[in-house]
Design a protein around this ligand. Sequence first.
Ligand code: 6AU
Length: 479
Amino acid sequence: MANRGGNLEDFIVNLFEIEAIKFGTFKLKSGIESPVYFDLRVIVSFPDVMNQVAALMWNTIERTGCKFKSICGVPYTALPIATCICVQHNYPMLIRRKEAKDYGTRRMIEGRYEEGDVCLIVEDVVTSGSSVHETAESLQNEKIQVTNAIVLLDREQGGKAALERKGIKLYSVITLSQVLSTLQRLNKLDSDIVDRTNRFIQDNRFDGHVAVNNKSNSSSTTKVMSHKERAVKCSHPLVRSLYTIMADKESNLCVSIDCASSSELLQMADKIGPHVCIVKTHIDMLEDFTSDVTKELQRLADKHNFLIFEDRKFGDIGKTVHTQYEGGMYKISSWAHITNAHPVPGSGIVSALAEVGKPLGRGCLIVAEMSSSGNLATGDYTKGAVKMAEANKDFVIGYISQSRLSADHDLVHMTPGVKIQMGGDSLGQQYVTPQIAVSEKGADVVIVGRGITGAADPLGAALEYKQAGYSAYLNSLGH
Ligand code: 6AU
C-alpha cells in the first residue's frame, strides 16, 4: 500500500487502494447500474485515512471561512468524520437521529443547542443532495440555522446546485472528475472506464435536464432526450403516446379543470383542449355527474388529441382501490387514460390498480411529492415512492413530483402548483412559475389549474402557459 501522504493525489490513491472507490458494474439503491461506487464506510477501519479525511475536511472548512457554532454529520458514514473534526478542533457536535425515538424526548437532534445556533453539516458523498437536505431540515425544525455543508466527495450529479436552491452552500474536498483524472494520470484506470463513468454522470443528473460535461470541468449543455426521442424510446405505450402528443402539439401543459358543473368542464375542455397534452379532472367535484360527461370528454380527447387524467389519488388497501377504480358511479378505468395513487398503503395499491388498468392500457402516477405547504411526502417516503414506481413500470408511468426524482427516462415527472403569479392560496397551495417547474424542478409536464380556469380569458392564459412551459423545455434541450 502506498505511503499515506498528505496531499490530495495520495489521498485519492489511498481511497482507491482500500476500495472506498470501486469501478465495475454496481446496482444502486435506485436500481440504476453505475460504473463507479463509493463505499466510504470502510474508512473507519483505516485510522490513518480517517485522520487524513478529517484534516482535508478541516482545510476546506478553513478555506471557506464560514462561521458556525456546532457540527453535525449526516448519519451514518459522516458521523465518525464529524466526531474526529469536533474533537480535534474543539467544536461541539450535534447528532441527527435517523428515526425519532418512540419513548423519552422524541427529539430528532441530540446534543446541546439553542435557537438560532449555526450548524455546519458534514457529509461523505453527495449525489442528489437529498441526505444533506434531510439533515438540514431536521436541524431547521429545531430552529438551528444551516447555510453551509462540507462534503468529502461530490459526484457532480447536481447535488451542489440542488442544495444551493435550498439555501445551502456545498463545498467539496474532492470531486469525481478529480478522482477520475488523478487515477487515469497515475495509470490506475484505463480510458474506457473513465469515458464510461463520465458518460454515466452526464446521463444521470438530478437537477433537471441540463447536464454538465465533467470531463472538461466546464459548464456546457448537453442534449437530453427530446419529446420526439422519448416518443420512440420509452417502453410504456401510453408514455409513447403522451410524448407523441407533446411533440405534435408542442405542449407540455396539462390543464386541471376543477369545477362543479359538467357543462363548464366540457366547455373548458373543448376550448383549451387544442393546446394541452392532458386534461385533468376531479370527477367527484361534479354536482351533476352522469356517464354522458365522461363519454363526451372522451370524444373531446379524440377531437383535440389529449389524454385524460383523473386525479383520484387512490390511497387505500388493494381490495378497496380495485373496486373504486373499476366500479362505482364513475368507472374511472373505463375512460381515464391516467390516474394517480398515494404510495402510503404499500405496493399492493399498485398491483390492485394494475389488475384493472393494465389490460386497458392505462397508466398510473405515484404521488411522490406534493405542492402544499407542510406536506409529509418528503425524505424516506419520497424515496419509497420512487422505488415503487421503478419496480412497477408496466403500469406506473411516472410521478406527481416537485423535483426530478428518477433518472429513468421512462418515468414522466408531472408537477402541479404552477402559476405565473408565484405565491400560494389561503389553504396551503404553493406556486412556482412554469419556467421554474421545468428548468429547476425538472418537470416533464406542468399541471395548471386556476392559473388558467380562473383567468378572465382562460384561452389566452392557456396559450401563455403553453408558451412558457414549452420554451423552458426547449431551453433545457439547448435550443
Ligand atoms: O393550479 P391549481 O392550484 O388550481 O390546481 C392544482 C391541481 C389540483 C390539485 O388537486 C392537484 O393539481 N395537485 C396534485 C396532483 C395533480 O396530484 C398534487 C399536489 O401535490 N398538488 C396539487 O395541486 O387539482
